[in-house]
Design a binder for this molecule. Structure first.
Ligand code: NAD
Length: 497
């Protein structure tokens, strides 16, 4: 815990050293073109840094360096027990610099400082440490062979990994990729979002301090259509791992097909249903969780519980409980430790969200909470957590990922109807079910086409469980040992004895 006040954080923000350069082969550097872009804080519009804007020539240099480092074996062939020690040091350093990283994250993307510190930084360090700790405990396989043969099934690092990540959990999404990618011995080029590049840039230095050799971990800040595209089309990138929107995820599959058929692993969007049955064990707890599921991180969460499906027999009683619960989620200055809803990442995103609120009105949904931009005088981009009742699943606010704090409440009468509405989406990332009937919980969970299902809670999980999507929410899984599949090739070696 930290005892820092808003004034303390403001003071630290004034003297914070913000690094905006790319990190290639162990050193911070400018782009070949010299180009930069402005990094503006959504908290109040302050300029945080000029950030290097990389493009194809920078990708060329970084990929060549990453390839040479991989081939040298300095990291890829290091004994797992030694890689483990370095990874654990890296995690320790992230924790030791936790307050600095949390401040960078909050200033850069607008999330509450308490969340940055206690959720993002903590979970990021855990992702690195957990992956590192696992790497000397995994065994390969021996196939069932005739007596005079030996079949070895081994995993090898895949080579050069490009990781393209979004802005909603910048450090954490980076570390979900970096943990297993580095632990398994690959060289990595990380491309953070242009909306929130600062923590990715900062941890590159910490990686070097931890002992990760130069060239193994590189960071190329810049835009998606420039350096992101260059990495995705590069003929010498072996694997592309991505978290972001479904639209860009599809584009990346095209780039892979147009270039070297690099493996493409995608964590994409969501429109997750949160189903509350009349026999939920505790309606107040379910209502509080439903409010948190859309307000946490300003609703900028891939698993946001953005569709609240409520059994009609309790709807009149339940919706007011959610409206009451959401009052405790109030936009405020993200540097104030008491704030639980910060700023949206930028004015483009804020205008998207306000556009969806207008669409809700236009389509005839009934606004029952929020609905407005607030704190405009701060120069920041804040929107109230918003609830629409009387939503039909065909309305835009129920179909499209808003990626902001806008909840759609939809009524249903039977289990079958709830499941049909829940699955009537192109996405399949997460879902929740509230009931005290064990069989109903299991049967509904089985029927839901989603990578994560929560029962009588929203958003549970840990590094120990895989995370990812069905349908257009993506392929493959982050977290857990299953994540290692993305970063290794399987080899069969067959020996005649
Ligand atoms: P985005 O798809 O716009 O951008 C993601 C990344 O892709 C950024 O780094 C961006 O610069 C890059 N990019 C954009 N165009 C590119 C191109 N043509 N070639 C290569 N790279 C390109 O997504 P976003 O707005 O940053 O993030 C929000 C999205 O992320 C939401 O859809 C959300 O659901 C999703 N998300 C998913 C998960 C998950 O685990 N499934 C987690 C967090 C966020």
């Amino acid at each position: 815990m930290t005892s820092l006040t808003r004034a303390d954080w403001e003071q630290r923000a004034k003297t914070l050293k913000v690094e905006g350069r790319a990190f290639i082969h162990g050193e911070y550097c400018a782009a070949q073109s010299g180009a930069t872009f402005e990094c503006i804080s959504p908290v109040d519009g302050r300029l945080l840094a000029q950030v290097v804007s990389c493009d194809a020539p920078d990708a060329e240099i970084a990929v060549a360096g990453a390839r040479a480092t991989f081939d040298s074996g300095v990291w890829s062939r290091l004994a797992p027990v030694k890689r483990k020690a370095v990874m654990i040091r890296f995690a320790d350093l992230i924790e030791q610099h936790g307050e600095e990283l949390a401040l960078l994250e909050t200033l850069d993307m607008g999330k509450p400082i308490g969340d940055s510190l206690h959720i993002d930084v903590t979970s990021a360090a855990r992702a690195i440490r957990w992956s590192g700790e696992a790497i000397d405990k995994i065994y390969d396989e021996v196939a069932a062979t005739p007596h005079d043969e030996l079949g070895l099934v081994t995993r090898e690092p895949i080579g050069v990994v490009a990781a393209i990540v979004p802005w909603n959990f910048p450090l954490l999404m980076s570390c979900w990729k970096l943990g297993p990618a580095l632990a398994t011995g690959n060289s990595v080029i990380l491309k953070p979002s242009e909306k929130s590049p600062l923590t990715a840039i900062r941890i590159a230095q910490l990686a070097i301090e931890a002992g990760i050799p130069a060239g193994v971990f590189n960071v190329l800040p810049g835009y998606g259509h420039t350096v992101g595209k260059a990495l995705a089309l590069h003929m010498d990138v072996d694997t592309l791992v991505f978290t972001g929107s479904t639209k860009i995820a599809k584009q990346l599959m095209v780039y892979a097909g147009e270039s070297n058929m690099k493996r493409v692993w995608l964590e994409a969007g969501g429109k997750s249903p949160n189903i509350v049955f009349a026999d939920a064990p505790d309606l107040k707890a379910a209502a509080e969780a439903a409010a948190g599921a859309i307000a946490f991180n300003q609703g900028e969460v891939c698993t946001a519980g953005s569709r609240l499906l409520v059994e009609n027999s309790i709807k009149e009683q339940f919706v007011p409980l959610v409206v009451e619960a959401i009052k405790s989620w109030k936009p405020g200055n993200p540097l104030d430790p008491a704030t639980n809803v910060g700023a949206l990442v930028d004015s483009t995103q804020m205008n998207n969200v306000l556009g969806y609120i207008q669409a809700g009105h236009d389509d005839g949904a009934k606004l029952v909470a929020g609905g407005k931009r607030v704190l405009e005088e701060t120069g920041g981009t804040y929107v109230e957590p918003t609830i629409f009742d009387g939503v039909d699943n065909a309305m835009r606010i129920a179909k499209e990922e808003i990626f902001g704090p806008v909840l759609s409440v939809i009524g249903f009468d039977t289990v079958e109807e709830a499941v049909a509405i829940a699955n009537d989406t192109v996405y399949g990332l997460a879902a929740a079910v509230w009931t005290s009937n064990l069989s109903k919980a299991h049967l509904t969970a089985k029927a839901l086409r989603a990578g994560s299902v929560w029962v009588n809670q929203y958003d549970g999980g840990d590094m120990t469980a895989p995370f990812g999507g069905f349908k257009q929410s993506g392929n493959g899984r982050d977290k857990s040992l299953h994540a290692f599949d993305k970063y290794t090739e399987l080899k069969a070696t067959w020996i005649k004895l």
